[in-house]
Ligand binder design. Structure first.
Ligand code: SF4
Length: 388
């Protein structure tokens, strides 16, 4: 089982982002610090309220903890430690094998980074996004190349060697060469894991408005694919495996927490908008911070919805998530009611060189990885239309 903690605060909203987060502007102000302290207390109360192993997860103990956001690195060190301790005591365990925090370079100050190893953290995922100052400015990020590189160096200096960097591709003005240079710089510095996401235009973001007003044009899908595959090729040459569509790691540095999502393992999420999954049931917390604080303050679970997945939904979940992985879908994991139909539906895609079957796993061929969502939808749509 895996635990996710959401920290819904950022200094400023980036131009492309529609994640649920509240802009604090001055993270060091007395007001911001008291907002963060109140939120940490509520999180701790939520963990205490739900972490009772008899409630959801009998005999299943957490093996990974991931603090994501938002900008979790805005949290004071003592709050991070408090969250860690609450998870350990709530589930009555002594340690967590992988404890990741997401961090943004501007909040990785010397004092903060030096204290991180004492909080239990053994993995950092840094939102580098690009090493080009113009691109960073365009994205609305508040750090620059120098701050990004310094944050990485500090993290290595304090002995955290399991470091991941996020990069964004498909940005207007970003050439294949620029992206490859960024990758080489990060790998030369010692980064062991790279997450590479394409720029998407999300409703509610500043870019969404820009596109609507015809002030922003994105690269074509062909250019996007060319950029992704040329960067993937370089990462492969550098010893990284594309263990998931957007995630590349040196052997042994795959993110165990994220793998849990793609392999359908149980996870429990805390904080506003956090999702949970267990035994073919999924549920989510309310998205609003105000509502969340009020519910927790009143001793209530901040649940927004809970649903039990139907056999078709379970199949959708299985195909959509596993196809994103290098290994693919284990054919024998597919419910026998649907298995023959899925294999039948896969045949034309196998003939076209998009899919292949390897050691009982149905998987995308290397040059078709970006088609994961579309291929999954094709396989499933045909089943959806079948009476069952
Ligand atoms: S730092 Fe991350 S979560 Fe915060 S606004 Fe930017 S992209 Fe969104």
């Amino acid at each position: 089982m895996h635990v996710y903690i959401h920290i819904p605060f950022c200094v400023k909203k980036c131009a492309y982002c529609n994640f649920y987060s509240v802009a604090l502007h001055d993270a060091k102000s007395r007001e911001s610090l008291s907002t963060l302290a109140e939120y940490t207390n509520n999180l701790i109360n939520e963990i205490k309220l739900c972490a009772d192993p008899t409630l959801f997860f009998q005999n299943i103990l957490p093996s990974t903890l991931f603090i994501g956001g938002g900008t979790p690195s805005l949290l004071p060190l003592k709050s991070i430690r408090k969250i860690y301790d609450t998870v350990l005591s709530g589930f009555d365990i002594n340690e967590i094998s992988e404890f990741t925090i997401e961090a943004n370079p501007e909040s990785m100050t010397l004092g903060k980074v030096f204290g991180l190893p004492n909080t239990g953290i053994n993995r950092i995922s840094i939102g580098i996004q690009s090493l080009d100052d113009d691109i960073l400015k365009f994205l609305g990020r508040i750090h620059n190349r120098e701050t990004g590189l310094l944050a990485l160096q500090l993290a290595f200096d304090v002995g955290i060697e399991n470091i991941s960097a996020d990069l964004i591709y498909g940005i207007p003005g970003l050439t294949n060469q620029m992206l490859k240079q960024d990758i080489e710089t990060l790998v030369n510095l010692g980064v062991k894991h790279i997450s590479m996401y394409s720029l998407t235009i999300e409703e509610g973001s500043k870019f969404w408005e820009n596109v609507k007003q015809h002030n922003l044009t994105l690269p074509s899908s062909d250019k996007l694919a060319e950029q992704y595959y040329s960067a993937s090729e370089l990462l492969k040459e550098l010893g990284f495996s594309a263990y998931e569509l957007s995630n590349f790691a040196l052997p042994g540095y795959e993110c165990q927490h994220n793998m849990a999502y793609w392999l359908g393992e149980s996870y429990l999420g805390f904080g506003p908008s956090a999702h949970s999954y267990h035994n073919f049931s999924r549920w989510a917390n309310v998205s609003s911070l105000t509502e969340y604080n009020a519910l927790i303050g009143g001793g209530k679970v901040p649940l927004a919805f809970k649903e039990n997945l139907t056999p078709i939904q379970q199949l959708e979940e299985l195909i959509m998530t596993r196809l994103r992985t290098l290994k693919g879908v284990n054919i024998f994991e597919i419910n026998s009611i649907f298995r023959d139909t899925i294999i039948e539906n896969a045949k034309p895609l196998i003939d076209n060189g998009i899919l292949e079957i390897y050691q009982n796993y149905l998987r995308l061929r290397d040059n078709s990885r970006l088609l994961a969502d579309g291929v999954a939808a094709k396989l499933i749509t045909a089943v959806d239309n079948e009476p069952n």
